[in-house]
Structures are given as structure tokens and as C-alpha cells.
Design a binder for this molecule. Structure first.
Ligand SMILES: Cc1cc2nc3c(=O)[nH]c(=O)nc-3n(C[C@H](O)[C@H](O)[C@H](O)COP(=O)(O)OP(=O)(O)OC[C@H]3O[C@@H](n4cnc5c(N)ncnc54)[C@H](O)[C@@H]3O)c2cc1C
Length: 376
């Protein structure tokens, strides 16, 4: 087993948080390596809608988001459980539909151009801890060499399955919500709106979404939400059998991509730096803003901030407990972190409290005239 000081910083994961972090570090002149377990970046898809954000666009080189946009959608329709009641919304900052693999690979090009090195097929399975500090990682590099990589700071951005978040024994059982996704062809429903179909029964609460992608393609997502403290995964078959309108919409459509995963929208973990020499960002901490198109942007922007502040911490000398405290104090001042906390309260906690109180389908229909005001 080899042992090297591979770089000043190691980032785990080349998703939006890891790429944002690496960009922040590299632009501050820090030598950084990104370890990504997938052999081709972006193969395992996640979200494919985003909303324009000037700072993100600027950081990735003006016009980046426009170039990645397959189409823009400004309308949303929310349906009650029966499908008989609905509410339409028009949003001023439209959803941009993107292709996840293209988006991630284009981001990675920008990050590589800034000087960061990205190593695919490199899976981290342990942290190296010594003298109370994280000093590196143990990883399978390029798919075959088991190595201990030493560094000054590790930025763990491995998403919901992040190895550091798991090792720190965070109870993620309430944070990670089951999500299933399909990409289909042959969709013939509305092209001009995102659709959200709510589901409730005695034991489960869920939402099925249909996001048209142009031509006859659509992204279909099923997300299970907590009910009475429990969250169970509902399948597409179960959902379609209970929601005629949803099923009708998808008649004749054929799936060409399917994923069963988790989306950590059930709560957040703080602080960012939980050990000297270790920082977490993105889904690793459950920092997904529960608002269409805000997981990718939030992870990237907060990752970028963590990278910039991480560079200062690395330069200040050996990363101590005080360094972690100062790092977190500075992270808390970031407008992106403040906005995340506020929106999480308004859009996630309040909404789940409102929906969590519903007794069943009939109650949802009765309460719809109030509920619809919580849907934007
Ligand atoms: C089905 C689905 C739909 C979604 N829809 C939207 C949407 O429309 N809009 C939106 O903004 N957000 C959406 N989200 C949320 C959004 O995708 C995430 O919030 C965002 O991708 C988080 O970025 P991240 O970098 O923290 O994690 P990820 O994007 O999950 O990236 C983590 C990376 O780390 C790698 N990795 C993991 N473990 C290791 C390891 N041990 N060693 C090396 N590499 C590792 C993974 O392979 C991955 O590339 C959706 C999520 C899901 C699952």
C-alpha cells in the first residue's frame, strides 16, 4: 500500500458540491485532487432542472447555464390526490431543463481548466485520522490501486452516501427520503408545464412529478415524504394504480433510464467542519433546498464558498479545532447558507408540517383550498 502527500486538498465526489468546492480551492491557488468513484462523471443521474442564478453562471463562465439548457418552463400545475382539484402557478425565473451527464461534464471541464485534477474510478472508503485530525483518505485509485493519500484538508462531498457522513454516525434515517426516477420517451402530455401529483393514504405521503424535456421525453420522479415519523418507498406501479390522471399522462411512454435512490430533503446537519481537517458540503449534510431546482445550485454555491474559505484555513497552518470553529463562523455568514436555512424553514419544515397533518385523501380534498397557498 503506497502513501503520498498527494495535494494540499482532497475533494471526495465530483457532483455539484464537490466541483464547486474544487473550483473555490483551485481559484485560490490551492493544489486540489477530486476523487470520483464513477468511471464516467455524471453517469448516475440526479436532478435535471435548475433555475438561472447569475453568480453561479458567472463562476462557471458567463452563458454556461444558457448553453446547458434544453428548454425553459415557467408554469407549474399541482394536483390534489384525486386529480380533480389543481392549482396553476407561473414563475418569473423559469426552470431550465438540463441533461445531468452533459451538465456535470461541462462543469468538470471548467474545474479542470482552473487547475484542479479530477480522478475518475477512484472510490474513497475511509478517512485517515491522526492526532485528532483528518489527514487524508484511503481509496481505490483508478479502479485498481489501493492507496493512502495524505493531504492538509479533506472536503467530503459524496452526496447522500457520503463516506464521511456515514462514518461520523449521523442518523440519516429521517433525512434521506426515498426517490425513484425514470426518463421516458413517448410522453404526449403538456409540454409547457411541470406537473406535481400529490398522494396520501393512511401510511404514506408522496409526490409524483412529470417534467417534460422536449420532443416526447420526460423526467418522472416519485418522492416519498415522511408521514407519522415514517417514510416508505412507494413504487411507480403502486402510484399509477392509485392515480388515474398520472397513469393516463404516461400511457405509451417507455422508460430508457431508471434509478432508485435517496434525496436528503428531510433535514439538515451542521456544522460544516465536524473534525479538524474535514469539511462536508452538499447532500452529504442534507443541504438540499426543498424548492424545485435548488439542490444543484445550493450545493454548488455553498461548495464554492467552502472551497474559498477552506483555502484560507489551509494557508493559516495546521487545521486545529479553532480553525474548524472559525471556518464554520465564516460559513454561517455566507448569503447562500443564510438563504438555505431560511428557505428550508419556509418551504420544507412548514410545508411538511401542513401536509403531515392531513388524515387521508378526503382530508386533502377538503383542505385543498388552504393547501394550495403553500404551493408555489
Ligand atoms: C432523483 C433526483 C432528482 C432531483 N431533482 C433535482 C432537481 O430537479 N433540481 C435540483 O436542483 N436538485 C435536484 N435534486 C437534488 C440534487 O441533485 C442534489 O441536491 C445535488 O446533486 C447534490 O450535489 P452533491 O454534489 O452534494 O451530491 P451528488 O450530486 O450526489 O454527487 C456526489 C458525488 O460523489 C460521488 N461519490 C459518492 N461516494 C463516493 C466515494 N466514496 N468516493 C468517491 N466518490 C464518491 C458520487 O458518485 C457523486 O458523483 C434531485 C436529486 C435526485 C436524487
Amino acid at each position: 500500500m503506497g502513501e503520498k502527500l498527494v495535494s494540499e486538498a482532497i475533494v471526495i465526489g465530483a457532483g455539484p458540491a464537490g466541483l464547486g468546492t474544487a473550483l473555490g480551492l483551485a481559484r485560490e491557488g490551492i493544489d486540489v485532487v477530486v476523487l470520483e468513484k464513477q468511471s464516467m462523471l455524471g453517469t448516475e443521474r440526479r436532478g435535471e432542472t435548475i433555475r438561472f442564478h447569475a453568480e453561479m453562471d458567472e463562476l462557471l463562465g458567463g452563458g454556461f447555464l444558457e448553453k446547458q439548457t434544453l428548454r425553459k418552463i415557467s408554469r407549474r400545475t399541482y394536483f390534489s390526490h384525486s386529480g380533480e382539484q389543481s392549482v396553476d402557478r407561473t414563475i418569473s425565473n423559469p426552470n431550465l431543463i438540463i441533461s445531468w451527464p452533459d451538465f456535470i461534464q461541462a462543469m468538470a471541464e471548467v474545474v479542470s481548466a482552473s487547475g484542479a485534477r479530477i480522478w475518475p474510478s477512484s472510490c474513497v472508503h475511509d478517512l485517515i485520522k491522526q492526532d485528532g485530525r483528518v489527514q487524508g483518505v484511503k481509496a481505490m485509485i483508478s479502479g485498481f490501486a489501493e492507496e493512502e493519500l495524505r493531504t492538509k484538508a479533506v472536503f467530503s462531498c459524496g452526496g447522500w452516501a457520503d463516506p464521511s457522513s456515514r462514518q461520523l454516525l449521523h442518523d440519516r434515517s429521517k433525512i434521506d427520503l426515498p426517490v425513484s426516477k425514470k426518463l421516458v420517451r413517448g410522453y404526449t402530455g403538456s409540454q409547457d408545464r411541470l406537473e406535481y401529483h400529490f398522494h396520501i393514504d393512511n401510511s404514506s405521503l408522496a409526490v409524483g412529478t412529470i417534467f417534460p424535456r422536449g420532443g416526447t421525453e420526460a423526467e418522472i420522479i416519485l418522492m416519498s415524504l415522511p408521514k407519522q415519523g415514517r417514510t416508505g418507498r412507494i413504487t411507480f406501479e403502486e402510484f399509477c394504480s392509485r392515480h388515474r390522471l398520472f397513469q393516463e399522462r404516461l400511457e405509451g411512454a417507455e422508460s430508457f433510464y431508471a434509478l432508485n435512490s435517496m434525496v436528503p430533503m428531510g433535514g439538515m446537519i451542521f456544522p460544516f467542519s465536524q473534525r479538524p481537517g474535514l469539511v462536508l458540503a452538499g447532500d452529504a449534510l442534507g443541504h438540499v433546498q426543498a424548492r424545485g431546482g435548488s439542490g444543484i445550485r445550493t450545493s454548488f454555491l455553498i461548495g464554492y464558498t467552502a472551497g474559498r474559505l477552506g483555502a484560507q484555513a489551509i494557508r493559516s497552518g495546521v487545521w486545529s479545532r479553532e480553525t474548524s470553529e472559525l471556518f464554520d463562523k465564516n460559513m454561517a455568514k455566507s448569503p447562500h447558507v443564510r438563504s438555505l436555512r431560511l428557505h428550508n424553514f419556509v418551504y420544507s419544515e412548514l410545508r411538511s408540517r401542513i401536509f403531515g397533518r392531513l388524515q387521508g385523501p378526503a382530508d386533502m380534498e377538503r383542505q385543498w383550498r388552504f393547501l394550495k397557498h403553500a404551493l408555489r
